[in-house]
Design a protein around this ligand. Structure first.
Ligand code: PEP
Length: 252
């Protein structure tokens, strides 16, 4: 049975002290909560990774980075490698977030490089795909998502693809307060699962966790997560408030 996950993407928010407080509050909740087939992931900034890893119970909460370098190591001043991230105790990594695509010119070929380096370093990629508002309005969204998947991740063999989580995050819904309707989310998730099935077979498709992201909050999470192909959420803004994030976890 595929895992259900709620992942919090803290983006460039919190200092280390506030990040630790936030992680502690979520860990306190998780320690008394039956997670069964569910998983919580926290994705703080790089600077917080090893501190947050020490704060949380690894049986309940995993830690993720939000990005990594497209190279293994060497003279790339300011970059952080997948190996460094894994050595911090993080086991997941967000790759291809729309803010990376938009502000840092990360395109599918670079993202595929990153995915391969992450897997080589035992990090599980949370690979993000999503269409722009204009692409949604001009009915190009299925074709855009297909291209992001084909170029960004479908070059993996089956064994490695089995280690990946997909996050569908329509760009028009990220940080805008405008959520995809449960029907829109389900329509895209079902399509993504169909593409995975065509490429890797039905067993792998049914085992792949596909998260929804885009203004997911305590008020809309339950309805979104109730969709048959929505396996949880990648949450931005609402993951910065412990109480709200906890409500989202309870909606799984
Ligand atoms: C995100 O950044 O992945 C995200 C979904 O942000 P928000 O929840 O704030 O829309």
């Amino acid at each position: 049975m595929r895992k259900q996950i709620v992942a919090g993407n803290w983006k460039m928010n919190t200092n280390i002290q506030d990040g630790i407080k936030l992680a502690k509050a979520i860990n306190d909740f998780a320690s008394n909560y039956n997670l069964e087939n569910k998983e919580i992931i926290l994705a703080p900034p790089f600077t917080h990774l090893s501190s947050i890893v020490k704060e949380v119970d690894p049986k309940k909460i995993s830690v993720a980075a939000q990005n990594c370098a497209a190279w293994e190591k060497g003279a790339y001043t300011g970059e952080v490698s997948a190996e460094m991230i894994y050595s911090s105790g993080a086991h997941f990594i967000i790759i291809g977030h729309s803010e990376r695509r938009q502000y840092f010119n990360e395109y599918n070929a670079t993202l595929f490089q990153k995915v391969k380096i992450c897997l080589k370093n035992s990090l599980h990629p949370v690979f993000c795909v999503g269409e722009l508002l204009a692409e949604r309005e001009s009915d190009k969204y299925f074709e855009v998502i297909k291209r992001q998947l084909v170029e960004g991740i479908f070059g993996l063999d089956s064994e490695n693809f089995g280690k990946v989580i997909i996050a569908y995050e329509p760009v028009w819904a990220i940080g805008t307060g405008k959520t995809a309707t449960p029907i829109q989310a389900q329509g895209m998730h079902k399509y993504i699962r169909k593409l995975i099935s065509e490429k890797y077979g039905v067993t792998i498709a049914n085992e792949t966790t596909i998260l929804y992201g885009g203004s997911c909050n305590a008020g809309n999470a339950k309805e979104l997560f109730a969709q048959p192909d929505v396996d949880g959420g990648l949450v931005g803004g609402a993951s910065l408030k412990a109480n709200e994030f906890i409500e989202i976890i309870k909606a799984l």
